[in-house]
Design a protein around this ligand. Structure first.
Ligand code: NDP
Length: 452
């Protein structure tokens, strides 16, 4: 029986052969397999039952045509998808992404990551992901509505409160969830908790909007505390300017750190004075209501600069939070952050750091919170939204904030359990810890079901 590097190579060779042309999926599985294979050496029952191989094969992949009419009367065609990855511990659960880069590889990587993330929350949620190669940028609200309705007209067959419960992700926020929920309700004549991230008037949960960004900062706070350090007083660089980024910056600010950058696909803004609540509210309005570009910030707030076509990792900071998209922080950028004195990284986005970048941070002793642990707050509050929908109740803001804070502390604890024994020696390796803790629960459930 091969073990160590040879076992990893054999496993990855097979996976790449079965899934050609899917680099993001290969990357996500590689990161997990590198830490799980040593764990399998100590727990051969999981290897005998081929649990990792089974987890890397989706339960099913659905693709479908989405036709809609634009404001000029042209017929447009996009491709929609839903990956139902694993439902061993609960209904499939994971977001929908509308972005031109969406394809099977991207969604399989996200769905695979979601398996471990949802397990880590301690809540009964399986894993899925979906979306379309639709670009919402520059579309009118009516066009967005027609697209969402057409997308749901096929998706509704595959989802349900006890089957698969999608949420938002890049390009899918409160507006899109509203349109999709409306169409689901119209087609099925059923009011059920089939989506999360809903408006508060129709079954949504308080704190869902803030949960991913806030949660990623709570996770950072837990990691720094365990290392005898603190968030307060530190300069932070944040990328993105969507849901996750703006709320991460907000919580950093509330805890006494100084977030100084945000970005979008056009470049980044640098405000050395740091963001205030007033500035962040202006950015949220710019992005969610006026649908503008982050560069407009510099016309409004003096002392700030816009860096076209660049990413914020060149700005010296002690904290870095990538919160935009996958592979937005590479090895060279990781080295630059290390050279400039970064002490902690918490991933708000999914797989934002390349595997080489992650290794560089760990080798340098930087406290590193991987996405599947650090950004699990969003799906955790989605899980609480499902509970509230099932029980037909709604919890207050204090209760929700406290549950989110507690869940992030618990996830940190689960990562520590395995992260001290596996991965890099002499430190808590949160990458290994998150992968193994997430794996162990799903693996045990799959063992109980036998060969299915
Ligand atoms: P939003 O759509 O609200 O914001 C996305 C942000 O990322 C925008 O600022 C966007 O800029 C930027 N961005 C997207 N693609 C690129 C790119 N290729 N290069 C540079 N910038 C880019 O999405 P979210 O904030 O919801 O999601 C951000 C990340 O967090 C994603 O990785 C998502 O999977 C992850 N995540 C989100 C959760 C949630 O609850 N929303 C939960 C867990 C993880 P632009 O407008 O120019 O495209």
């Amino acid at each position: 029986m091969a073990s160590g590097n040879e076992a990893l190579q054999n496993f990855m060779d097979g996976l790449e052969k079965r899934n050609p042309g899917e680099p993001e999926f290969h990357q996500a599985v590689m990161e997990v397999a590198a830490t799980i294979i040593p764990f399998l050496d100590n727990n051969p029952k999981y290897r005998e039952m081929q649990i990792l191989e089974r987890m890397a094969e989706p339960d099913r992949v659905v693709s479908f045509r989405v036709c809609w009419e634009d404001d000029q009367g042209n017929i447009r065609v996009n491709r929609g998808h839903r990956i139902q990855m694993n439902n061993a511990i609960g209904p499939y659960k994971g977001g929908l992404r509308f972005h031109p880069s969406v394809n099977t590889s991207v969604l399989k990587f996200l769905a695979f990551e979601q398996t471990f993330k949802n397990s880590l929350t301690g809540l009964p949620m399986g894993a899925g992901k979906g979306g379309a190669n639709f670009n919402p940028k520059g579309k009118s609200s009516n066009e967005i509505m027609r697209f969402c309705q057409s997308f749901m007209t096929e998706l509704y067959r595959h989802i349900g409160a006890n089957v698969d419960v999608p949420a938002g992700d890049i390009g899918v926020g409160a507006r899109e969830i509203g349109y999709m929920f409306g169409q689901f309700k119209r087609i099925t004549n059923s009011f059920e908790g089939v989506l999360t991230g809903k408006g508060l008037e129709f079954g949504g949960s308080l704190v869902r909007n803030e949960a991913t960004g806030y949660g990623a900062v709570y996770f950072l706070q837990n990691m720094l505390k365990a290392a005898g350090n603190d968030v307060s007083g530190k300069v932070a660089v944040v990328s993105g300017s969507g849901n996750v980024a703006t709320h991460a910056a907000e919580k950093l600010m509330q805890l006494g750190a100084r977030p100084v950058t945000l970005s979008d696909s056009g470049g980044y803004i640098h405000d050395p004075a740091g963001f205030t609540q007033e500035k962040l509210d202006w950015i949220k309005d710019l992005k969610n209501v006026r649908r503008g570009r982050i560069s407009e910030y510099c016309d409004e707030f003096s002392g700030s600069t816009f860096h076209e076509g660049k990413r914020p990792w060149e700005v010296p900071a002690e904290i870095a939070m990538p919160c935009a998209t996958q592979n937005e922080l590479n090895l060279d950028e990781a080295k630059m952050l290390i050279k400039n004195g970064v002490v902690a990284v918490s991933e708000g986005a999914n797989m934002p750091t390349s595997n080489e970048g992650v290794d560089a941070f760990l080798d340098a002793g930087v406290v590193f919170g991987p996405a599947k642990a650090a950004n699990a707050g969003g799906v955790a509050v989605s899980g609480l939204e499902m509970s509230q929908n099932s029980a037909r109740i709604s919890w207050g803001v204090d209760q929700m904030q406290e549950q989110l804070r507690q869940i992030m502390e618990d996830i940190h604890g689960r990562c520590e359990t395995y992260g001290k024994d596996y991965g890099r020696e002499g430190m808590t390796d949160y990458v290994a810890g998150a992968n193994i803790a997430g794996f162990a629960k799903v693996a045990s459930a799959m063992m109980a079901f036998g060969v299915v």
